[in-house]
Design a protein around this ligand. Structure first.
Ligand code: C2E
Ligand code: MG
Ligand code: MG
Ligand code: MG
Length: 288
């Protein structure tokens, strides 16, 4: 652009680049420190069966608590962790934490059947994901089918034979596979034939404008019907209000997750949702 050849504009531009580059270098350094200093923690968001509004599982979502006490969400550091390879040790931490948490909940008799863990492409291409999964299961003693891996469509579409055989081995261990952000990837549906997929997680963007949007309503209905025909469980993400919930339940969606029920919570607050009854407060209040 001609304007950027102007001396002052150019100088401003390089300053901005330098600032971004510095901030990024700083972030990478902070992430490394955060790993060694154990600044990461895992929160859990309930996954609810719509039929009876009961919590059946949880999604593990990583958080970074800085030494200043600020909580930073994954959208601000997962992309950089992926680019730098730090996603591998970070992912190891989340998997181990989720398995350990699941073991505690089972021991305490908490009726939470599974915990879902987000897996990045970089973790799949790291050679030892299967061995790590086996080790995490063995160390915690939780059954493999109480752990679910959330992957995205693009990871299956771009999967080389190595990634594909790793996923197969992981499912052979008994770990379940969910497709996260379903409907947003540039992908064919052919992977649904090649992999044993347990759950489709309909992306929040299709849920946002329910029940008003006719188009989104039809798309969601089509995804639910496809899941039913293929015996794949269907979950709607990002459910925030009773209108969305009612549309999903009326159209045969089996599971939901979203602020309507609860935000992601630290483990002790997640556990408190179960106290006194298997029914959770919103169901007792007559929401169901
Ligand atoms: P995701 O896996 O699709 O997780 C759902 C995200 O939507 C979470 O954001 C959750 O807090 C948010 N959410 C849930 N219900 C609602 C709702 O009703 N309304 C709104 N507005 N948001 C809702 P979060 O925790 O910030 O995570 C963002 C993304 O970061 C995740 O999207 C996932 O892709 C990634 N991520 C989180 N934890 C991990 C991890 O341990 N490993 C990897 N590789 N990625 C992770
Ligand atoms: Mg997820
Ligand atoms: Mg998602
Ligand atoms: Mg996502």
């Amino acid at each position: 652009e001609a304007k950027s050849r102007d001396g002052r504009t150019y100088a401003f531009y390089t300053d901005a680049l330098t600032r971004d580059a510095r901030a990024r270098i700083q972030l990478v350094a902070n992430l490394r420190r955060a790993l060694t200093e154990h600044e990461f923690t895992v929160h859990y968001q309930p996954i609810v069966r719509l039929e009876d509004q009961t919590i059946v599982g949880a999604e593990a979502l990583v958080r970074w608590i800085t030494p200043e006490g600020e909580m930073i969400g994954p959208d601000r550091f997962i992309p950089v962790a992926e680019e730098t390879g730090l996603i591998v040790p970070l992912g190891d931490f989340v998997l181990a934490a989720a398995c350990t948490q699941m073991a505690r909940w089972r021991k305490a008799g908490l009726p939470c059947a599974f915990v879902a863990v987000n897996i990045s492409a970089g973790q799949l291409s790291a050679t030892d994901i299967c061995a790590k999964t086996e080790a995490a299961l063995a160390a915690s003693g939780v059954p493999a089918d109480s752990i679910e891996f959330e992957i995205t469509e693009s990871m299956l579409f771009g999967a080389d034979s190595g990634a594909e055989s790793k996923l197969k081995r992981i499912t052979e261990l008994g770990v379940r596979i969910a497709i996260d952000d379903f409907g947003t990837g540039y992908s064919s549906l052919a992977y649904l034939k090649r992999f044993p997929i347990s759950r489709l997680k309909i992306d929040k963007s299709f849920v946002d404008d329910l029940p008003m949007s006719v188009v989104d309503g039809e798309l969601v209905r089509a995804m639910i019907d496809m899941g039913r025909a293929l015996h794949i469980e269907v979950l709607a993400e990002g459910v925030e209000d009773a209108g969305q919930m009612a549309f999903l339940a009326a159209n045969g969606c089996t599971y939901g997750q979203g602020f309507f029920w609860s935000r992601p919570l630290p483990p002790e607050r997640f556990e408190a949702l179960f106290s006194n009854a298997s029914q959770i407060p919103w169901a007792r209040a007559g929401t169901a």
